[in-house]
Write a protein that binds this ligand. Structure first.
Ligand SMILES: NC(=O)c1ccc[n+]([C@@H]2O[C@H](COP(=O)([O-])OP(=O)(O)OC[C@H]3O[C@@H](n4cnc5c(N)ncnc54)[C@H](O)[C@@H]3O)[C@@H](O)[C@H]2O)c1
Length: 136
């Protein structure tokens, strides 16, 4: 079983985390928003996505999905999916990548050698081939 971390549990990350758990992986969803973490952990969704609540509850019931605000829970994961927000920069067209975790020395120390994959900059962190082992 692959141990996965999903960092940032918004629209993209929460759904990704639950679906990966449904596929049989061991998934920890991490988010700085504690109320959102509590909501997700109780099987309720912070946003409307048809069918998601059922998938979320089923994944939680399987014991393969959990949520936390504690970044250290990412230690030991095989793959870290970075799904934090990338809001538009003020007065620019570019995305603000400040929240992207792998750039932070602190997160690199917390989660050293696993595969990093980002919804924001896939080509930067994804190692070709790693995705193929994720679905089973
Ligand atoms: N929503 C989509 O359909 C979609 C599709 C393709 C790509 N993306 C990309 O995926 C990324 C996430 O999009 P989204 O729509 O889920 O955004 P979102 O704003 O709904 O979720 C981002 C989450 O990241 C959390 N977060 C912020 N900083 C954090 C940190 N340091 N540690 C942990 N969690 C943190 C926020 O609390 C929030 O819950 C963005 O880069 C977006 O461009 C989104």
């Amino acid at each position: 079983m692959t141990k996965l971390t999903v960092i940032g549990c918004g629209y993209l990350g929460a759904v990704h985390a639950a679906c990966m758990a449904q596929l049989g992986h061991d998934v920890i969803g991490i988010d700085v928003d504690a109320p959102k973490v509590a909501l997700l952990a109780s099987g309720r969704t912070p946003f409307f996505e048809p069918g998601f609540e059922e998938v979320l509850q089923s994944a939680l019931a399987s014991g393969r999905l959990s949520f936390t605000s504690d970044m250290s829970a990412a230690k030991g994961s095989d793959v870290h999916f970075v799904c934090v927000g990338t809001p538009q920069k003020r007065n620019e067209y570019a995305a603000d990548m400040a929240l992207s975790m792998p750039r932070s020395p602190r997160s690199s120390r917390t989660c050293p050698p696993a595969t990093w994959s980002s919804a924001s900059q896939p080509s930067r962190w994804e190692r070709p081939g790693d995705w193929r082992t994720l679905s089973r």
